[in-house]
Ligand binder design. Structure first.
Ligand SMILES: NC(=O)c1ccc[n+]([C@@H]2O[C@H](COP(=O)([O-])OP(=O)(O)OC[C@H]3O[C@@H](n4cnc5c(N)ncnc54)[C@H](OP(=O)(O)O)[C@@H]3O)[C@@H](O)[C@H]2O)c1
Length: 333
């Protein structure tokens, strides 16, 4: 018997883009082999771009966006999952080419689902979502300077786009790892917020704009960069020998105009992060490790819960850089 539920549906009939909340039923979910009752989703920058105009990512309309969700399995054609299992979905192009999580139910391929660790609730996993997974992947990349690559001890670490979802969680994780975290932000009124997350020092993001020398004074042993563009050029030139720059975002621009000196004189590593395509093995490792590195009480304070209607009012603010922290989406409210 099909269940009815609410979902955000975007459409692009005759080149006219629209978004609204519609009532669907589970028989309209055609992809995948596991049906999940969605408890929570969340708003990521990519979701905001897709909600805005499809971002040239969505090709098939009408479409249900939402790149993340957590929930409970209702039925599964794959023995790996059974009714009642709690699951997490992030990425794998769900919410881009497959119907996503801004919805009361979702149906996806079993190979995309992670069984939720016992010590993380469905609410907590979406307070993290793709942003949290990405922040963890970035933090492990930074940590590899010391661990995997057996380099000198990491002291100073820079996080850009500091008040954003990825940036905020990265600050929490890196300070928990014991590093001095420097937070680069464009928001002058968020110093207290960033300090509470664990930042030792706040830097105005304008300090990373303008011409960069081939090499500048070395300052960072590790960097989590969510901004890209012009500032990444300068940051690479300011990275200490052997330092790792984990590049995951483009909130400030797509192009970088760098030179080989940071790489061949200082052995700087530019480490690209793509959370959407991370292997299942890595996801399971990261989600399990995550619970030791995330202070969920702190994370709760930086998370705002919205329903589907409020989500439609919130995403334009994210595109203008006016949001901070995490936006949790409750599709059943
Ligand atoms: N590679 C991956 O797997 C992956 C996964 C998740 C996200 N991402 C990317 O990472 C970035 C951050 O994602 P998010 O979900 O954290 O987004 P978010 O919550 O919107 O955070 C982005 C932050 O970047 C800063 N920012 C915004 N516009 C800027 C500009 N023009 N110049 C410089 N800084 C700007 C702002 O922080 P301040 O005001 O504090 O400066 C903003 O809060 C996005 O580009 C997203 O696409 C990539």
């Amino acid at each position: 018997m099909p269940e009815k539920f609410k979902a955000i549906v975007i459409d692009n009939q005759n080149e006219k883009f629209s978004r609204k909340i519609e009532e669907l039923d589970t028989s309209s979910l055609k992809d995948g082999n596991v049906l999940v009752k969605v408890d929570y989703s969340d708003l990521n920058y990519k979701d905001a771009l897709i909600l805005n105009n499809g971002a040239k990512i969505v090709k098939k309309y009408p479409f249900v966006p939402g790149i993340d969700f957590s929930g409970t399995v209702v039925n599964s054609e794959d023995k790996k999952f059974k009714e009642g299992d709690r699951v997490i979905l992030t990425g794998f192009r769900v919410g881009e080419i497959y119907f996503g999580g801004f919805s009361g139910y979702a149906k996806v391929d079993s190979s995309f689902l992670v069984k939720s660790p016992n010590n993380i609730s469905n609410l907590q996993s979406m307070m993290m979502g793709t942003a949290g997974l990405t922040a963890l992947l970035c933090a492990f990349a930074v940590e590899s300077k010391e661990k995997l690559l057996m380099g000198s001890k990491i002291k100073e670490v820079l996080v850009t786009g500091a008040t954003g979802g990825v940036g905020s969680i990265a600050i929490m994780i890196l300070s928990k790892m014991g590093y001095n975290v420097h937070a680069a932000t464009g928001k002058k009124d968020k110093n207290e917020y960033l300090k509470e997350l664990g930042a030792k020092n706040i830097i105005d993001r304008n300090e990373f704009s303008g011409e960069s020398k081939l090499l500048e004074k070395g300052m960072w042993d590790g960097v989590v960069d969510t901004v890209g563009g012009e500032s990444l050029t300068k940051i690479l030139a300011q990275t200490n020998p052997g330092g790792v720059v984990a590049a995951c975002g483009n909130a400030g621009g797509i192009k970088i105009n760098t030179n080989v000196m940071p790489f061949i004189i200082r052995g700087v590593k530019l480490w690209g992060i793509d959370s959407s395509a991370a292997s299942m093995k890595r996801r399971e490792f990261v989600w399990n490790e995550g619970s030791n590195l995330i202070d969920f009480k702190k994370l709760e304070k930086l998370t705002k819960e919205v329903n589907l209607k409020e989500l439609l009012e919130t995403f334009p603010k994210m595109l203008k850089g006016e949001t901070f922290g995490r936006i949790l989406v409750n599709p059943n409210k």
